[in-house]
Design a protein around this ligand. Sequence first.
Ligand SMILES: Nc1ncnc2c1ncn2[C@@H]1O[C@H](COP(=O)(O)OP(=O)(O)OP(=O)(O)O)[C@@H](O)[C@H]1O
Length: 672
Amino acid sequence: MNGKMEDNMIEVTGAYKRYDVHTEVLCDLNMSVQRGSIYAFLGPSGCGKTTLLKCIVGRMRLDCGEIVLGVQHRSQIGYMPQETALLPEITIKETLSYFGWMYGMKGIELARRKQELYDFLDIPPENKRIKKLSGGQQRRVSLCVALLNNPDLMILDEPTVGLDPLLSYSIWQCLFKMLERSNKTILLTTHYIEEAKQANRVGIMRGGCLLAQGEPAAIVKEYNCITLDQVFIKLSTQQETASHSITNNEAGKNYPMLEKKSKLPLLEEKCFSLRNFISLLLKNIYFLKYSPLGWFLILFVPISVSVLFEFSLGQEQFNLKLGIVNEELGHISCSNYSSTCQLASCKYISLLQEHNLDLVLYQDTRKAYSDAKRNLIWGYMHLSHNFTESIHKRMLKKGLVDNGTLLNSEISIWMDMSNQVTAIYLRKNIYVSFNNFLKWLSLRCRWPIEYFGVPIHFNPPIYGSETFKYNEFSIAGMLLMLEFFLPMTYASALLDDKVEGILERSFIAGHTTVELVAAQIFVTVTLFIISTTLLTTIFYGIFNHAFEGSIMLAMVLLILVGITGTFYGISVALIFDNHVSATTFVLGTFLPLAVVSGMIWPTEAMHSSLRSVSWLLPLTHATEAYRSISVRAWTISHPTVYVGFLSGLLWASVLCLITIILVKTKPGMAVK
Ligand SMILES: Nc1ncnc2c1ncn2[C@@H]1O[C@H](COP(=O)(O)OP(=O)(O)OP(=O)(O)O)[C@@H](O)[C@H]1O
């Protein structure tokens, strides 16, 4: 350290920085901040103050130039960002515990420091939640966080912006006290000229250049002015005329670029520290403690979705109205067939009733047709006036009967096919009832049943159950879909932190992206293990869905899909800068994924072009593997199962890679 640096806490030489070729923010900026002083950066909005501070705290790299600091570690810097950047839901006490953990402060040490700062900054009772504090109180808590670890260098980005004069005054009083008590160095930005006058030294900044720096009174004298406002106007006019504006084309051409990236002023942090990781977990626990929506997602969504799924999908349909025009009976009802009734039509109708149908008797087909047209019934059937006799003849003579008998033994049906699911359900019941009717008839007439039944015999199933239930098919898809998309909702907390500047504050305080992603994965995996356990217990333990294979294997597959979803969620949170865009994107991917992954309907039924891309999707093979484990009891050695695992692993790796790329390249995550 040279002699000059011994006196100075910050020295910036020849600093250049731009976001893109059109936005040159810092332009050959030179400045120095003496130890044990308050330095106020004065400049209009957009002149580059925040950019310079971010370069000083090592969150941005200069394109050219050098920054030398009198401290080496992040823990020696206290940073207060422009926005409050505190979790609004949690209390003051919890906020300080979270940062305290990060700085390795515990027990008595933390309690003592907190008490000191509470008195010093006049902090409200510590059990108050941040969102319940006034704007000024929130700023004081934010300052309290920045001072917690007793840093040597304080960097405050517009600490008084938007505050009333009394609050601004109280914050300045705090700064003076700090200077007096512990000889700290304070660098702050402001665009209030009156306020800047109170600092030991002022730097006047405009268009990315430092126009002047020194003691306020000395600057006023040097430029032959009466007030600092006049100095600012004079220097700004001079800068305009000298065409030193950063938007100037020539400036753009002469913009120097280093071949190598400029050095960061602070030492690199260890990429993973257990202490920092635990502090992030602590923050997540505090967040969940006050988040009814979080608990809703973890507990209520799996419970409600599984219960709703069970009771609304794939169940028997009740009380479907079907019209009957039975000419054999005329006006008499035969809804209760008894052994005294000799009519075959009545027996058939009574067999139909076993399927929970609501049969409506009609005298003629015209009225039945008109009711079907008005959607009062789903369809109607017609049985002729001598159905019993004709069906007997037809069976006995094996179909070799006259046309009239053939016609009279036929049951004619007209159906409303607008709702295909209901119509097909009705058709199935009409066929099944007729098959049972034929059995009954052959038994009654002592005919060999083999002659009259449909000559197809279904043996006990090789896998699965004989009765068709749609939810037995869709349960795999539903579980995997929840596993994949639930972690995305947890990732919204990460997006919140990013948008509200909490993430940036954490990085400046010393957290690394590795710790952040690791904590996010840890919390999400823990939460979705709870959700998965709940879901599987409800489906297989309470609703007794068939599960033939290894539960452990199925759980591992679900967790693998959950991890894939976690990386997907983190990537979405990193890509987008607001909730609306992120939610729109997630919804936009949810629907195609649900439709094309064979979750709602088998992939075998898809158009060949879709089938050829469907297997590329993250949930297609996993769904098939889950079905094979749960219904066929296949093990990992079967290709369908291991391909499901391999596809899951591949997708988890691809999305993990995308997360790493985003972490390393996205502004706000990576140092740019
Ligand atoms: N991430 C970014 N990408 C592109 N341009 C940016 C980005 N951040 C800031 N800028 C631009 O850089 C310039 C300087 O911004 P900066 O935030 O440093 O100004 P400031 O002096 O701190 O302003 P304020 O007082 O309003 O906070 C502005 O013109 C701004 O639009």
